[in-house]
Design a protein around this ligand. Structure first.
Ligand SMILES: C[S@@+](CC[C@H](N)C(=O)[O-])C[C@H]1O[C@@H](n2cnc3c(N)ncnc32)[C@H](O)[C@@H]1O
Length: 208
């Protein structure tokens, strides 16, 4: 049995907790689970928001990352985030956490059931999203189960028309073969090129 301390990225995540502490201390308890983005990845996303002045953010797959990023946007006083969520009950929980912290001006959750083959967020739910997204975070739909490893592949084609010039696309879970294959497909079929941050398990991409 392996424990948290045996994780090869334990040190990076521990450091990231310290870096994130102003945001973790800025509200109530957050229900971190194994599905949440690793702290090391979340720090890199926060840095991207700060350094590149990202203000129009969409996240595929909501959770504690949505709350932490909303707290960052509130502290910073600029930017909004919309999170797409396929699971109605989870969407309501995350929306409730946002409301309790009065973060709803900075972030909102849009319930978007999965549809089609391969299943992806209902395109009708995309209609209300912002037009010039400058940061797209792809951390959903869930893609850990056998046969569902490539579920995140449709994201780039669906969002391409909405991405602002100079936008960044972040893909999480690069430790998994499925997300590696998604990234390889995007690079083979599109002008998007990605830098993999191995120690955080995330990739950052821009149009070449
Ligand atoms: C990879 S998770 C997204 C996590 C989110 N971006 C974060 O870092 O917190 C993908 C999906 O798992 C589900 N999920 C995430 N956290 C969950 C939790 N604690 N309990 C139940 N479902 C969860 C949601 O449906 C979410 O869209």
């Amino acid at each position: 049995m392996t424990g948290f301390a045996d994780d090869p990225h334990h040190a990076e995540d521990l450091h990231a907790w310290h870096v994130l502490s102003p945001l973790l201390d800025a509200g109530g308890y957050l229900p971190w689970g194994t599905g949440a983005m690793r702290p090391a990845g979340l720090v890199l996303v926060c840095n991207e928001i700060m350094y590149a002045n990202r203000t129009t953010i969409v996240e595929c797959g909501s959770g504690v990352s949505t709350i932490v990023l909303a707290r960052l946007l509130r502290q910073r006083g600029a930017g909004t985030l919309v999170a797409l969520e396929h699971d109605a009950a989870w969407a309501e929980r995350v929306a409730d956490l946002l409301r309790r912290e009065e973060l709803h001006e900075h972030a909102r959750v849009v319930h978007a059931p999965l549809e089609g083959d391969p299943p992806w967020y209902a395109t009708a739910a995309l209609a209300g999203l912002p037009e010039a997204v400058d940061l797209l975070i792809v951390d959903g739909p869930p893609a850990y189960a056998a046969g569902e490893e490539l579920r995140r592949a449709p994201a780039l084609a669906h969002f391409e028309p909405r991405l602002a010039p100079g936008a960044t696309v972040v893909l999480d879970d690069l430790a998994r073969p499925g997300e590696r294959a998604v990234l390889a497909g995007w690079e083979a079929q599109t002008p998007w090129r990605f830098r993999v941050e191995e120690s955080a398990g995330v990739a950052f991409g821009s149009r070449s």
